[in-house]
Design a protein around this ligand. Structure first.
Ligand SMILES: [Fe+2]
Length: 309
């Protein structure tokens, strides 16, 4: 079955191979599709769209490779309105001098002109009605059903809805992320690694020149030991010969299995042209553990600070 996904029949509705990504200031001449890892040439992702439930093919793709991308989950108008609200929340948090939300530290950066901005907003949907409404979209039910029988969107749990804002700028502290598995977090919470689905919604286009998610297809099928030791968590940034570059457009939704090894590569574009904002949904199961302003900072964040961001 895997072979049928890897081979690319002529009639498959996969994404077209071109055109080259638009060149941006600071992008090397070799940018664009030619810079894609070798794995992107043989792993052909169909142009999936998400309906009320996963199709058998979508489910099989996710289960086989450990990730999937749905095109145009939101139309451009909705995507823009969500991005506007995120910008307003960002300005509000900076104006209020917030450094922590419900026990989770914000990651703050600075534009070249000195203006501060938030590079990682936690619990974002508690600050904006549009984001909160977006999370009520019935199609998320389809994802929760695939995650497991008792999953929910935990707006007040863990880090809530997270908005990551990556930029390649001199004063940006958050422009890449080393190899890791999301499941490591479960161990920090003293829980057994669960089948966690990491769901990202793209507010900006994310072509190869913006860096972005690199993942090792099928690495979610490993045991606990390789999950912990295959690479040095967060400190290893080396490209892997077996990595796949997950490109996306604004409005797309991606899912990857939390046990999958992945990293976020630094953009080759710079400044505004490198802006890449992705929202991550908090899928939770088990007993509800909502956080409040007095919640302690998890050990996990102290560990990440050691890794340099
Ligand atoms: Fe991750």
């Amino acid at each position: 079955m895997l072979a049928s996904l890897v081979a690319a029949p002529a009639d498959r509705r996969s994404d077209p191979p071109g055109p080259a990504a638009p060149s941006s200031p600071g992008a090397p001449a070799s940018g664009g599709r030619r810079a894609l890892p070798a794995v992107n040439r043989w792993l052909d992702m169909p142009r999936f769209e998400l309906g009320d439930r996963f199709t058998a093919e979508q489910r099989e793709f996710l289960e086989t490779f450990g990730f999937i991308r749905f095109r145009r989950f939101a139309d451009p108008a909705l995507t823009r309105s969500l991005a506007e609200e995120v910008e307003a929340i960002d300005r509000q948090l900076v104006a209020e001098g917030r450094t922590i939300v419900r026990g989770v530290p914000l990651i703050l950066g600075r534009h070249p002109d000195g203006v501060r901005f938030v590079q990682r907003i936690a619990f974002a949907s508690t600050f904006g009605p549009r984001l909160h409404r977006f999370l009520q979209d019935p199609r998320f039910r389809a994802i929760l059903d695939v995650a497991g029988p008792d999953y929910r969107i935990g707006e007040l749990e863990r880090d809530g809805l997270v908005v990551n804002h990556f930029r390649n700028e001199p004063a940006s502290t958050y422009n890449r992320l080393g190899w890791h598995t999301d499941s490591l977090r479960d161990l920090f919470y003293l829980e057994r690694p669960r089948r966690y689905l990491n769901v990202g919604f793209y507010l900006d286009d994310s072509p190869i020149v913006k860096g972005g998610v690199r993942l090792l297809p099928c690495s979610h099928e490993q045991g606990l030991w390789p999950m912990l030791t295959r690479k040095a968590h967060f400190v290893d940034h080396q490209p892997d010969p077996g990595e796949y570059a997950l490109e996306a457009e604004a409005g797309d939704l991606t899912i990857h299995d939390g046990r999958l090894w992945h990293r976020v590569a630094r953009a080759t574009a710079e400044g505004e042209a490198s802006q890449r904002r992705v929202m991550y949904l908090p899928l939770m199961n088990g007993p509800e553990k909502p956080k409040h302003e007095g919640s302690p900072t998890p050990l996990y964040f102290r560990f990440r600070k050691l890794a340099g961001y």
